[in-house]
Design a protein around this ligand. Structure first.
Ligand SMILES: Cc1cc2nc3c(=O)[nH]c(=O)nc-3n(C[C@H](O)[C@H](O)[C@H](O)COP(=O)(O)OP(=O)(O)OC[C@H]3O[C@@H](n4cnc5c(N)ncnc54)[C@H](O)[C@@H]3O)c2cc1C
Length: 401
């Protein structure tokens, strides 16, 4: 009999990628994680350095400097990074999935040839700006506008909130390039038309409003408010045609949700590893604490949730074609399940580790705080409930096939 397939390493190349990223993470990401969380600093040089390994343009075509890899490869990299540092993994996700993957599948040839090599090498850092101070889940309620001028350029006005990589440092240096959604028109039925723009650092009227401080978790990633004040964007920086944003947004959100779920898996794996080790090392009442039934419940339930997460993530990845929408049911489903499972597993780890679990040096405290973001960012768990129920009402045979 041949070897059985490992769903999380569907090919030899995937297994090699995992090993390479795991080794690199252990050497470069793990040692800096605690300090960057405590001090709320984003490790920009470390992110840039991932360009040399071809990880920044993971899913972009090789001719533009990318690695041309698939959804499973994207999940692997996010899982491995998040097992050491979910905050850093989030900054990576904002660059590699929210910006690079978006441009790689939705940009035109000129835009890809001009911008992809710079973001794949790490010379430029990208971000994606959808959320606003007054609008998150209700995307079509956005108030940022873009109006075309007589000379063909677009003028953008509005504010974007919660933008990961929106600022690159504490001095207000904005992301080198941002994928921005803006309202361009309202049709006769009152429906909002949304369009997508590539805004580059140095364009008039584009700046950082504030770096958002004091987040619960993901403190090693920068989150910013961005300001667009009569921001002038050349005509060639419109992506696709006016009103096409929903097409880009839907396909990219699916990849975003899969990779956020993979981050949850990294958090779960690390929490389980740490609680398992601690339960053997720690004694009380002359027993290893792993001998206590209540501790066994934390470990046993965490193991089965972790295995279920892993299977669902890599099954979803196997069926996902990057750049093509049509996987919403499972990209919502997998993020819904994994976000909460990661939070629960980190919580179980903290409980097993008692007082030590509650302090930074033992990691799970940080993972516990970071995990909560996954129930909010990239779609709240309530938005997943809504989408799943709507999709199942349209395609009930998804349940039985
Ligand atoms: C650390 C961090 C990083 C982020 N990075 C980015 C980024 O890079 N780019 C970006 O564009 N955004 C980013 N976001 C924003 C994130 O995507 C939003 O916070 C999220 O979509 C929720 O939007 P909101 O915060 O406006 O909450 P709201 O949409 O106002 O929701 C508030 C509450 O109401 C609930 N709710 C809303 N509508 C419904 C409904 N129809 N049914 C039931 N309940 C509902 C929500 O589930 C939630 O519980 C980030 C957020 C954080 C915290």
């Amino acid at each position: 009999m041949g070897e059985t397939m490992d769903i999380a390493n569907p090919s030899e190349e995937h297994a090699m990628l995992r090993e390479m990223v795991r080794d690199w993470t252990k050497e470069h990401v793990e040692p800096q994680a605690l300090r960057h969380d405590r001090e709320e600093i984003f490790n920009l040089p470390l992110l840039r350095s991932m360009g040399e390994m071809g990880l920044l343009g993971l899913s972009a075509e090789e001719k533009y400097g990318g690695s041309g890899l698939d959804a499973a490869a994207c999940a692997i990299v996010h899982e491995e990074l998040a097992a050491s540092d979910p905050g850093f993994a989030l900054a990576y996700l904002a660059h590699a999935m929210l910006f690079v993957n978006n441009l790689a599948f939705n940009g035109n040839e000129e835009q890809k040839a001009r911008i992809l090599p710079q973001v794949c090498s790490g010379e430029w850092i990208g971000a994606m700006a959808m959320s606003e101070p007054d609008v998150g889940t209700d995307v079509l309620g956005l108030s940022t506008t873009a109006v075309q001028q007589d000379d063909g350029t677009w003028k953008i006005n509005g504010r974007k909130m919660w933008i990961t990589n929106g600022c690159l440092d504490d001095e207000g240096t904005p992301a080198d390039v941002v994928w921005v959604y803006a309202k361009t028109e309202t049709d006769d039925k009152g429906r909002v038309q949304m369009s997508t723009f590539l805004v580059e650092a140095g364009m008039i009227g584009y700046s950082v409003g504030q770096k958002i401080m004091d987040k619960t978790g993901m403190r090693a990633s920068n989150t910013a408010e961005l300001v667009f004040e009569d921001c002038v964007v050349p005509a060639e920086n419109l992506v696709g045609s006016p009103g096409e944003s929903l097409l880009h947004m839907m396909a990219n959100l699916e990849a975003e949700r899969l990779t956020l779920a993979a981050m949850a898996l990294g958090i779960a794996r690390r929490s389980l590893e740490d609680m398992n080790r601690y339960a053997a090392e720690r004694t009380a009442f002359r027993s290893q604490i792993r001998d206590f039934g209540q501790m066994q419940r934390y470990i046993g339930e965490s193991w089965s949730k972790y295995r279920a997460m892993r299977a669902y993530i890599y099954d979803t990845a196997a069926h996902m074609t990057l750049g093509k929408p049509g996987h919403r049911l499972d990209s919502d489903g997998v993020k819904l399940f994994c976000a909460t499972a990661a939070k629960e597993i980190a919580d179980a780890a903290m409980q097993v580790m008692g007082g030590y679990g509650y302090v930074g040096e033992y990691n799970v405290e940080r993972l516990w705080r970071d995990a909560k973001l996954l129930e909010i960012g990239g779609g709240t768990i309530e938005s997943h409930h809504k989408n799943i129920t709507r999709d199942l009402s349209k395609t009930p045979d998804s349940i039985t096939r």
